[in-house]
Design a protein around this ligand. Structure first.
Ligand code: PEP
Ligand code: MN
Length: 326
């Protein structure tokens, strides 16, 4: 809502009266004089009541289609890690897929040593081809959780189907909704209903508004928090895997003030460009990055070409001023 003031109104007095009604007020100095914007997370107050306040000329409705997402403005804390636009970056790292217990143990130890906060790794893998490796499922969830606990890491892993949401939520601090599932509304609802945090990847051809509305779905259905993840959208040029939309990252971070994580691995699809894109993402205001790494990328069961070698991963982690647990 926007509250328009009379030309001779005592703006600070009106502001105080609005605050006394339980409203969060932001002052906008525009060409039409002072206007007061009521933040969407304020208490519900009927506009008529505001019109009775001395100095108020009019009340205009401007309701956001995603008030719960807007309410996350500033920063969110998940598993004691703070995701803040432009803040010390949170590093999420791990293999594309959890391939074996020993593999995830080794990678967890390595990424923890490099300063990562979250361990990633797919137990349920969405693959374009039905003949590709689809993950070790429930067993991999257990390996992932144990490896993360041993190293003091939090866990994020993808949930592919609504029926699996409670099981994945038992093992993960944050449920990943993949690009291909961003508008799978039954999945958004089921993930929300677990009460866990969600990392929502942007659909390959989703607009920012569609992405924010998908995040709103998760929050409406009970998600603890939602972190957005830009992972590249489908462009016309196939030279790189996808088109990393850093304009959207800057918009969400600087204007909406929302926490966005960037996944350069799936965006560019080749390991030699991940370091520059990581730094570009942080410069654009990203709250963190998600990086795929494998101890033997040539043998990876999925996404080997974009997996950072241990040496490259360590060097990149060292070059970031990482945030730690609170
Ligand atoms: C992933 O992060 O494992 C993944 C499959 O990513 P995306 O949904 O972005 O393709
Ligand atoms: Mn992958």
């Amino acid at each position: 809502m926007i509250v328009l003031l009379e030309p001779d109104a005592d703006a600070p007095a009106v502001e105080r009266a609005l605050i006394a009604e339980g409203l969060w007020v932001r002052r906008l100095d525009g060409i039409r004089g002072v206007q007061l914007e009521i933040e969407p997370w304020s208490s519900a107050v009927a506009p008529d009541r505001l019109l009775d306040i001395q100095g108020v000329a009019d009340v205009l409705a401007r309701s956001s289609p995603h008030p719960r997402v807007d309410a996350q403005r500033g920063a969110v804390e998940i598993a004691r890690r703070r995701f803040a636009p432009g803040g010390p970056p949170v590093l999420i790292a791990g293999p594309c897929a959890v391939e074996s217990e020993r593999q995830i143990d080794r990678v967890a130890a390595r990424v923890a040593r490099a300063g990562a906060s979250f361990l990633r790794g797919g137990a349920f893998k969405p693959r374009t081809s039905p003949y590709s490796f689809h993950g070790h499922g429930t067993a991999a969830l257990g390996w992932l959780r144990r490896a993360a606990d041993r190293e003091g890491l939090a866990v994020v892993t993808e949930v592919l189907s609504p029926e699996d949401a409670p099981l994945v939520a038992e093992h993960a601090d944050m449920l990943q909704i993949g690009s291909r599932s961003m508008q799978s509304f039954a999945l958004l609802k089921a993930a929300g209903q677990t009460g866990r945090a969600v990392m929502l990847k942007r659909g390959m051809s989703a607009t920012v508004e569609e992405w924010l509305l998908a995040a709103e779905y998760c929050l409406v259905h009970g998600a603890f928090r939602v972190v957005l993840c830009e992972r590249g959208i489908r462009g016309f040029d196939t030279t790189t895997r996808n088109l990393l939309d850093l304009s959207a990252v800057a918009l969400l971070s600087h204007i909406h003030r929302l926490p966005v994580v960037v996944d350069p691995s799936h965006a560019v699809g080749r390991r030699d460009l991940i370091a520059p894109l990581t730094h570009a993402a942080l410069a654009a205001g990203a709250a963190g990055v998600m990086l795929e790494t494998h101890d033997d990328p040539g043998q990876a069961l999925s996404d080997g070409a974009q997996a950072l070698t241990p040496e490259c991963f360590d060097a990149l982690a060292r070059s970031m001023a990482l945030g730690g647990a609170s």
